[in-house]
Design a protein around this ligand. Structure first.
Ligand SMILES: [Zn+2]
Ligand SMILES: [Zn+2]
Length: 318
């Protein structure tokens, strides 16, 4: 009995020690600075901060891709995100905001996670995840993609659903390296298939159109990537990308079923589908591909380039 009490005492003591001694503050970015050029960032409307590019990028990457992804996928994503920032930095391009290169609004520029958010999201895995993300940024420090003499456009999305999309089918500008092509690597993604059920009334009000119009709607065209190009509803053509917003669907690759008073939308993938497919990148990494091979697959014809001001790193070209 006494021995039992002793063991219990030891267990309680060890638990207390763990609680008291475990690191309760996150490693600060400034403790392990990666450096890079200082860039002005609009953290919130009207709030400008200056941060070294590589350190800023750690928190962008943490917000843009799950830390559980393989290192090569994180490295490819780091290059894509850095390229976007570089495209809005002199001498490569112009600021996207009056006083800042980029902002932290994912709907406008790129997502950015604060240390507090990361600590809350990652919990006990904080230190490990931070190191993993930081390593992906450090391993590609200063590397961006060029197409011919310009910094490339490097859009990315969660899951393409089996085929990426042509930039020209999604936005106004077509680019030779952003064409639709098959992506077999995201086939096991949890975002591969989606569904959303709305009442006919809700769906009609959102367009807006009559409920009857929904019964007769039909796809007029499909994009090169197999998404809805235009859908005809009540004598009017709507873009697939527009309807995706209107009905809040995971992607524009959708079909539908009407039963009674409801309409069920069934979709493939998540996001616009242009450029890098994040789950596909992770699938490629799992299959042993390097970040360069991933970038080659999603941005074919672009080349990796070392930004100016990274004298400490060897200039790499390929
Ligand atoms: Zn912005
Ligand atoms: Zn994909």
């Amino acid at each position: 009995m006494r021995l039992k009490m002793f063991f219990l005492f030891i267990v309680v003591l060890l638990s207390l020690l763990w609680v008291v001694c475990r690191p309760d503050s996150p490693p600060m970015a400034s403790d392990e600075a990666l450096g890079g050029p200082l860039i002005p960032v609009e953290k919130a409307p009207g709030q400008i901060m200056e941060a070294p590019l590589e350190d800023f990028l750690i928190q962008v990457l943490a917000a843009e891709m799950p830390a559980a992804f393989h290192p090569a996928a994180l490295q490819a994503q780091a290059v894509a995100a850095r390229t976007y920032i570089a495209a809005h930095l002199p001498p490569y391009g112009a600021y996207r905001h009056p006083q800042a290169a980029v902002c932290c609004d994912p709907g406008h520029c790129q997502a950015y996670a604060s240390l507090e958010t990361l600590q809350a999201d990652w919990g006990d895995a904080y230190a490990e995840n931070w190191q993993k993300i930081r390593q992906a940024v450090a391993a590609t420090a200063g590397q961006i993609l060029f197409y011919e003499e310009n910094v490339a456009e490097t859009p990315y999305h969660s899951c393409c659903g089996g085929s990426t999309e042509a930039a020209g089918a999604c936005w106004s500008q077509a680019l030779p390296y952003l064409q639709a092509h098959a992506c077999p690597y995201c086939a096991r993604s949890p975002k591969l298939a989606g569904s959303r059920v709305l009442s006919l009334e809700q769906a009609a009000q959102a367009v807006p159109c009559g409920k009857e119009d929904l019964l007769h709607m039909a796809a007029v065209s499909h994009t090169p990537g197999g998404r809805i190009g235009f859908l005809r509803i009540g004598g009017k053509n709507y873009r697939g990308t527009e309807l995706r917003q209107i009905w809040q669907l995971p992607s524009a690759a959708f079909t539908w079923l009407i039963q009674g008073d409801h309409i069920a939308f069934l979709s493939l993938g998540y996001g616009h589908g242009v450029g890098l497919c994040q789950y596909g990148a992770d699938g490629m990494a799992a299959a042993g591909k390097t970040y360069r091979q991933i970038l080659d697959f999603y941005y074919p014809g672009c080349r990796l380039w070392q930004m100016d001001g990274y004298a400490q790193y060897a200039t790499e070209d390929r």
